[in-house]
Design a protein around this ligand. Structure first.
Ligand SMILES: [Zn+2]
Length: 97
């Protein structure tokens, strides 16, 4: 009886010891992964935030005209004559259709 109780006790203790150890390992690993994930996301967001803003700015304002000139579509003085070029080409291709 004493041996049986002792056995159960030992088994339970072993289980608890293993479980607490496992819980610590899980928490540690999960926390480490969460931190890694958070850091990685923050890094990506920071990089993307900088890169995308510049990229989209360049893409949205700079246009390449049919005459071969790259102009800033946000500057009316620069884009006016090239808009005429593009419109002329579009009109030509439109009548050809
Ligand atoms: Zn042009």
């Amino acid at each position: 009886m004493k041996a049986a109780l002792g056995g159960r006790c030992t088994g339970r203790q072993a289980f608890e010891a293993a479980w607490s150890e496992l819980r610590l390992t899980i928490q540690d690993a999960a926390f480490a992964e969460w931190r890694r994930d958070r850091d990685w996301r923050a890094e990506v967001v920071a990089k993307r935030g900088l890169g995308e803003k510049l990229d989209s700015e360049i893409r949205s304002t700079l246009m390449r005209c049919v005459c071969g000139t790259t102009f800033d579509s946000w500057k009316p003085a620069e884009s006016y004559q090239h808009r005429a070029h593009i419109t002329a080409v579009q009109a030509t291709s439109g009548t050809r259709r």
